[in-house]
Design a protein around this ligand. Structure first.
Ligand code: SER
Length: 311
């Protein structure tokens, strides 16, 4: 089914690649990229609108004018920046979601994609193979906004029939657009530093294992979830999603297989506490069972692919 899509936050780490993938699937002019900042992704050839998702009337005007069917809300403030600006993080992450949920409730769009995160889990959640359901007591503003958002998505689905699809992304590793303000960003920066200087000073401890995923898998999961019938990919459910799990030390060892001179040092900062509060690995059996999720990239494939692209 060809849909007219609007991507909010198209300049970001996920938005950049999502726009390219959606255009390949639905056609260039069927996908409107938008961001609060001017277009910074020249590889995204096609329509772009500068738009602040916090401006509800401007957003509505674009959706009506462009006859949008599906909105992908990728604008957000991530975990580490959120701790610096808690009020702003809450306002951006929640208000943009309400704006998009109301578009669907009012019948202006038929489907929403809204990303959740492993940050919905907290220090009291199980650390290994963290299940879909269970104790969720997030300790970051970002995590609180994502868990609250999940509850609102569920509410809008149950009460108003809104078709909102969601994934709890792990840390995402990519080379087309840099991440910003997350706790898992080190797993991207390390590649740039390894190639530029041969050394990386890591802000997490050597053993801080976290769930991670290569961007191609994250994009494939997003497209599959949005394509699947609602009987399989259940609206209102934010699915756990998993591919690999590694510590900074394990990632450095894998990089050394390609760059034997590479060295790493550790100077944990405030982000260590955030990492400590999150799961080390994720049980994504619901996604596998409901809509056939299966990742392609493990640690060694991810590392060789990243290095091949960045060299
Ligand atoms: N990658 C995100 C972060 O580190 C987690 O969703 O904030």
């Amino acid at each position: 089914m060809s849909q007219k899509c609007l991507i909010l936050g198209a300049n970001g780490q996920i938005g950049t690649e999502l726009v390219i993938a959606l255009r390949a699937k639905h056609g260039v002019n069927q996908v409107i990229a938008s961001d609060v900042k001017p277009n910074n992704a020249p590889e995204q050839e096609g329509p772009f609108i500068q738009l602040d998702a916090l401006d509800e009337s401007a957003l509505r005007a674009v959706v009506v004018r462009e006859k949008i069917d599906a909105v992908y809300l990728m604008a957000a403030m991530l975990s580490a920046t959120g701790e610096q600006h808690p009020d702003l993080a809450w306002s951006l992450n929640m208000n943009t979601l309400f704006h998009v949920l109301r578009l669907a409730k009012d019948g202006l769009i038929s489907r929403i994609f809204w990303p959740s995160s492993i940050a919905v889990f907290g220090p009291s959640s199980p650390k290994e193979n963290t299940p879909q359901l269970g104790v969720m007591e997030p300790s970051t503003v970002y995590g609180i906004s994502k868990l609250s958002g999940e509850m609102w998505c569920q509410y809008y689905h149950q009460k108003y029939g809104v078709d909102v699809r969601s994934l709890r992304y792990p840390g995402l590793i990519s080379h087309k657009s840099a991440p910003g303000g997350g706790t898992t960003d080190y797993a991207v920066t390390i590649f740039y530093e390894a190639l530029a200087t041969g050394h990386f000073d890591c802000y997490l401890s050597s053993d801080a294992a976290l769930p991670m995923m290569y961007m191609d898998d994250a994009i494939a999961a997003t497209l599959a979830l949005m394509d699947a019938p609602a009987t399989k990919a259940k609206p209102g459910v934010a699915y756990n999603l998993s591919a690999m799990s590694f510590s900074p030390e394990a990632l450095a060892e894998e990089i050394k297989k390609h760059l034997p001179e590479f060295t790493i040092s550790y100077a944990p900062d405030a982000r260590q506490k955030i990492a400590d509060s999150w799961p080390k690995s994720i049980d994504d059996s619901w996604a596998r069972k409901d809509w056939g999720w299966k990742p392609q990239y493990d640690l060694s494939q991810m590392v060789s692919t990243m290095l091949a692209h960045l060299k």
